[in-house]
Design a protein around this ligand. Sequence first.
Ligand SMILES: CSC[C@H]1O[C@H](OP(=O)(O)O)[C@H](O)[C@@H]1O
Length: 355
Amino acid sequence: MRIHDQHFRTIWPTQNAVSLIDQTRLPFEFVIVSVTTLAEVCHAIRHMQVRGAPLIGAAAAYGVALGIQSSATETALAAVVQQLIATRPTAVNLAWAAHRMQQQLLAVPEAARASAAWLFAQAIADEDVAQNLAIGQHGKALIAAKASVDAQQTINILTHCNAGWLATVDGGTALAPIYAAHDAGLKVHVWVDETRPRNQGASLTAWELAQHGVPHTVIADNAGGHLMQHGQVDMVIVGADRVTREGDVCNKIGTYLKALAAYDQGVPFYAAVPTPTIDWQVARGADIDIEMRDADEVAYISGQAPDGRWQRVRIIPHESTALNPAFDVTPARLVTGIITECGIFAPAQLHTLGQ
Ligand SMILES: CSC[C@H]1O[C@H](OP(=O)(O)O)[C@H](O)[C@@H]1O
């Protein structure tokens, strides 16, 4: 995506290192960090310097490349893969990418693995960008169809968390149709759920949309249902971290509540996902491992002080405890369609894509 007239991906290889945008510094600082070790990649994933299902998949791929530079034996490769998979359990893309790297590398001679890994990782990154471009085009058609009913109407789209280019290598998933529609001249406006507790919507989605010139309004997570009740939401488009083969959608905590409100109000609810986010081994969302993150992410909030300094303040009593499940599952019955690079599928039809 273009920032300050430069084109950026969220992650890219440099000489035996990996550069990445540190998303914990946004929206007030645009910081690129360079990582040179497997441990640094694991830290970046675990602490959400890089986050978003497709992006942590690409980060894992580059992490495998970094991790086997000193030893590319089958045992060493297996240990690198396990370290990466252990960083975050819910987004299937991470394990999918790590295992794909492992399989491809075991198929080449040990002496060639260290260099081949960079090519295999680049392929995963490039595929993500192409998939997201296609998701954008399929999703744009949905928005255009809604706009054709009333050419003057602005299409109001609610999204949750960040599923923009920052959550991927480039292009985004839930935001890809929005960018495509905006760039095609369609009148779109985005309701941006702040997305407590990490506020990916307020700090990342809002920043992305502002950079791209897309009209948007940040709202409290709890406002979405009210807006739907008052006819102010034409559709919901979210990303996902894992979609089951029956179309249950695991996404950032709070997504399920938006889907319930959308269903109650007859608002179409879409998940935009590249096919690596579909877990063909899992039928039911109840079987997905939901990441439990540090309760301090709920107990504290971070932001920029008036003097520009980054501040972190406690917002609950010291005597209180907090609980921080990072994802929830929206059952397929609440999902209107799943926007993939291969087209848009009703949950019941997803199996026709089956792998
Ligand atoms: C396009 S995947 C985006 C997906 O990932 C986010 O999770 P996190 O920020 O914890 O990595 C969130 O669930 C987004 O919808």
